[in-house]
Design a protein. Structure first.
Length: 382
């Protein structure tokens, strides 16, 4: 019996008991002692789990909450989802789920894990409206559509990562080797889980090119539930043959995986590069750094947020400042979370004209830029 299966049996029993208690409490609250409903009887939601809520959860929650990811609660099953209805409503109202760090209304990003207003209202209405099940399908719903096949070119671990029974969490820097087909450039990357079940405890991964996880350049970041990340047409990441390749991976066990050992033989799939220029990855100090002319592709917040900003404000902020002094807010993060610190890719690359700067609040912020070779050695003075 696997750790997830054993814990799932206990969790299901606990949820069933909680559900029974919750139903009893709910009925006691809305029924008077002699039976008739009291004045403020709850109104049944117009939304039902199978018809309205589960399709929404398939789009936004299944990567973690489908029984195979790191979240122990399987929201793809009504009996397991209903005891968590109030928690779901609170989490989406507080913008804690789905996990997404950027502040609403500032910047536009690709791959955003956000609910729109209608989806949020649906989940809250369902939760406070007694979370009706609706008509369950006669057959189990079809599994999620298979993703597009990944390239066969891979970066592989020199040896599998092992997390012992006694370890509750671990941060590992593992060396990678190039499999056949991996050259000096990459058009994108994807994390490929191995066969050891470690996806249940894997929280974050970062691919570094260079002399290690402390000194290398981070070219790819992965967080739970994330799919492939590819550079736009005409851009690629450089993978010099004489440079080392390292993967920093963070693991943390939950109540259902504590006390078990894991072996992780994950790989990194490498997409072929497209014709064009290599992405320049620039680490910035707090303040304004002149970068234009250039095209800004993505922003990676500091991987270590232990160092506060020079202003004393813990809000991570990135702005573009034009040569004329006009400021464009690009990113705000008020509640940092290392588990969800990733490379935030702009929905549309931003052209920085000559004389334009980018201003950041914290040390260690990293930008991905495209610049023609003749501009790569241009003025970057503050």
């Amino acid at each position: 019996m696997t750790p997830r299966t054993r814990a799932g049996i206990g969790l299901a029993a606990g949820l069933a008991a909680g559900l029974s208690a919750g139903v009893g409490l709910g009925l006691g609250a809305i029924l008077a002692p002699d039976g008739p409903a009291i004045a403020h009887e709850p109104e049944l939601s117009r939304y039902a789990y199978w018809q309205d809520i589960r399709p929404l959860m398939e789009r936004h929650c299944a990567s973690c909450h489908a029984g195979e990811g790191p979240a122990p609660v399987n929201l793809m099953r009504y009996a397991e989802a209903i005891p968590w209805a109030n928690s779901i409503a609170r989490q989406v109202l507080e913008r804690r789920m789905p996990p997404w760090l950027p502040e609403d209304g500032i910047g536009a990003f690709a791959h955003a894990r956000t609910l729109d207003e209608r989806e949020t209202n649906m989940l809250v209405d369902w939760a406070i409206g007694l979370a009706p099940e609706g008509n369950a399908p006669s057959e189990p719903p079809a599994e999620r559509a298979a993703a597009d096949p990944l390239p066969t070119a891979r970066l592989s671990l020199v040896e599998p990562i092992r997390i012992g029974e006694e370890a509750s969490e671990a941060a590992v820097c593992a060396e990678l080797v190039r499999d056949e087909g991996v050259g000096e450039a990459a058009g994108g990357f994807a994390l490929v889980s191995g066969s050891g079940g470690a996806e249940a405890i894997r929280r974050r991964a970062t691919l570094f090119v260079g002399d290690g996880c402390d000194e290398g350049v981070p070219v790819f970041t992965w967080v739970v539930g994330q799919g492939p990340r590819r550079r736009p047409e005409g851009a690629h990441d450089a993978l010099p043959l004489d440079a080392g390749l390292f993967l920093a991976v963070d693991y943390r066990k939950g109540f259902d995986t504590e006390g078990y050992a894991f072996e992780d033989d994950l790989e990194v799939a490498v997409f072929p590069p497209t014709a064009g220029d290599a992405v320049e990855t620039v680490a910035l100090e707090p303040g304004a750094t002149r970068l234009g002319p250039a095209t800004l592709l993505a922003i990676l917040p500091p991987l270590d947020r232990a160092t506060p900003s020079t202003s004393g404000d813990d809000v991570f902020a990135v702005d573009a400042v034009g040569a004329d002094g006009e400021v464009t807010e690009l990113l705000r993060i008020r509640r940092p979370d290392p588990d969800w610190t990733e490379r935030f890719v702009l929905a549309e690359p931003l052209r920085l004209e000559a004389g334009a700067s980018v201003r950041v609040s914290h040390p260690g912020a990293i930008l991905d830029l495209l610049r023609p070779p003749r501009e790569a050695a241009g003025d970057t003075s503050r």
